[in-house]
Design a protein around this ligand. Structure first.
Ligand code: VG1
Ligand code: CO
Length: 534
């Protein structure tokens, strides 16, 4: 095997964002672009000779080619073993589980998650550390540093490996193991949830629809819901992963999973509906005629965790990203356990999970997870809901209404404004925060986070404007887009149990929404309606 050292020049745009490096496919096609990033990652994390890595992706366009390149660079860098999902497929939570189960040094996930795929769309790559979770900021900063300093990369001249043949292959001194992407993950789910009880629910005629959106969860969902739990064929729709996700936008929310939402909102629709995103770490939960927002979903899972075998011994604590609604905090207070708020991005939950401070965590962006892996996990959340429905015999809508009646409701919405001159708005909001200090009723601050386990600090994580008790608006810029800037505005208001609990969030939050536009001077800047509302 010949290993070449290739001279290269640094690219200035390889700073990992909220969740890895995401760019247009064309950018990744630039000669040396992918190679530089992979070599820089190895330079930063320095895998010991013979180290094991787990690699897989969401099956999007460029997944297979990128994998072949990673194999060549890995062998040239002395990696001892690569564990790869068959066909190059592994969901993000499945990578996390495999890293942990196999005691791997780390892993690489090829995905731009919920971003569309295809020759003109997005690709992404993300490094996960030995705990199975996304690289923390210290590591992503060091990767970024290495991308700026890189002068050469090492690559082996080897033939393509066979990504579809299960079992072992050898490339130079490196073992390649092609594994079934689903088996170990499905076994983990069987250990956490009461599959017998859920299967009984399906035998009793319970109807579910799961939309895999032609992304990575199709094979997982078909195996788990239809084969292991006995749900009727057709329960899982759009189940074949496609390189362009069927032309869709694999983002499980009311906008992009519109067909599923419509089916759920009619009389006689299925009892339960769910969807996941490109790489399988997000989830959306629906009942017949009802929709569960991610903040409520996290709170409801926490409040009912004792019904689920994997969590029957109780929760250590819970965490949410700051911009997620505070609904779960109320549950934690009632349970007498700690709750934490972190910056946006799953990497911030890792240390809390590793230290055993929390058992469940979630984000408003349709991400929910627990200490079973170190990523958010879409199918896990769906199974958690199914387990609760099976254990209580109640409907999604009933459970949600009962939850609000007990804890009150955190009305929540996120308004996204795409393609903005973001710097100007952020500067303006920062100035507002300074000016607001004089006004005692209106607390305003920029969120900085200090990790309670390792003390690491992260600044500039959100511009927060608190209005009355339980009312707030938070602004931050997206760190996952590949074109222009996106301003995310998170709006929340708490309603007491005896208050009006059944309103549409857009109506219930109308005043605060108007206020969110005033604070950021969006009208004055000529910025119209948001591009997306979730
Ligand atoms: C978004 C979400 C964030 C999530 C991230 C990755 O980031 O807001 O909550 O962790 O995507 O999710 P941003 O920086 O664009 O707001 V995924 O499913 O893309 O791995
Ligand atoms: Co995702």
């Amino acid at each position: 095997m010949r290993v070449r050292t290739v001279a290269t020049a640094a690219f200035e745009d390889q700073k990992p964002g909220t969740s890895g490096l995401r760019k247009k496919v064309a950018r990744f096609h630039t000669p040396h672009y992918l190679e530089n990033f992979v070599q820089a990652t190895f330079d930063a994390v320095r895998p010991p000779a013979g180290a094991m890595l787990v690699v897989g992706g969401d099956g999007r366009y460029y997944n297979r080619e990128a994998l072949q390149t990673i194999v060549r660079i890995a062998v040239a860098n002395g990696i001892g073993r690569l564990v790869i999902g068959q066909g190059g497929l592994l969901s993000t939570p499945a990578v996390s589980h495999l890293i942990r189960m196999r005691g791997a040094f780390g892993g690489m996930i090829l995905s731009a998650s919920h971003n569309p795929a295809g020759p003109d769309e997005d690709f992404g790559i993300k490094y996960n550390i030995g705990n199975g979770g996304p690289a923390p900021e210290a590591v992503t900063e060091s990767i970024h540093e290495c991308t700026r300093r890189i002068r050469e990369y090492r690559i082996a001249d080897t033939a393509d490996i066979d990504l579809d043949r299960l079992g072992s292959q050898r490339v130079g001194g490196m073992d390649i193991e092609i594994v079934d992407p689903v088996a170990d993950y499905a076994a983990l789910m069987e250990r956490l949830f009461d599959f017998d009880r859920i299967a009984q629910l399906f035998r009793d005629g319970f109807r579910m629809r799961f939309d895999a959106m032609h992304a990575v969860t199709g094979p997982y969902a078909s195996e788990i819901f239809e084969r292991r739990l006995g749900a009727p064929a057709g329960t899982v729709i759009n189940s074949i992963p496609l390189p362009d996700f069927g032309g869709g936008h694999p983002d499980p929310n009311l906008v992009h999973a519109h067909g599923l939402v419509q089916e759920m909102m009619v009389e006689g629709g299925p009892d339960f509906g769910a969807a996941s995103d490109g790489d399988g770490d997000r989830n959306m939960i629906l009942g017949r005629g009802s929709y569960v927002g991610p903040g409520d979903s996290l709170a409801i899972l926490a409040a009912n965790a004792h019904l689920v075998p994997g969590y029957a011994d109780g929760l250590q604590g819970v965490a949410r990203s700051l911009v997620t609604s505070a609904a779960v905090d109320r549950v934690a207070d009632k349970l007498g356990i700690a709750h934490y708020s972190t910056p946006t991005g799953w990497k911030f939950f890792g240390s809390l999970l590793d230290a055993g401070l929390i058992s469940l965590c979630g984000e408003e962006s349709f991400g929910t997870g627990s200490d079973h892996v170190r990523e958010k996990d879409g199918l896990w959340a769906v199974l958690f809901w199914l387990n609760i429905l099976a254990a209580t015999g109640r409907s999604v809508g009933d459970i949600q209404r009962a939850h609000w009646a007990e804890y009150g409701r955190n009305y929540f919405t996120r308004h996204d404004y795409e393609g903005l001159a973001a710097d100007e708005i952020v500067a303006h909001l920062r100035a507002r925060i300074e000016g607001a200090e004089a006004d005692p009723g209106h607390r305003a601050f920029e969120f900085s986070y200090s990790d309670p386990v390792d003390g690491s600090e992260s600044h500039g994580q959100g511009l927060c404007f608190h209005r009355g008790e339980g009312e707030r608006i938070v602004y931050r810029l997206s760190g996952t887009g590949t074109e222009g800037a996106t301003l995310r505005v998170y709006i929340e208001r708490y309603e007491l149990p005896e208050g009006a609990l059944d309103h549409d969030p857009q109506a219930a939050l109308a005043q605060l929404i108007a206020e969110s536009r005033r604070i950021a001077s969006l009208d004055r800047l000529g910025i119209g309606a948001p591009s997306a509302i979730t």
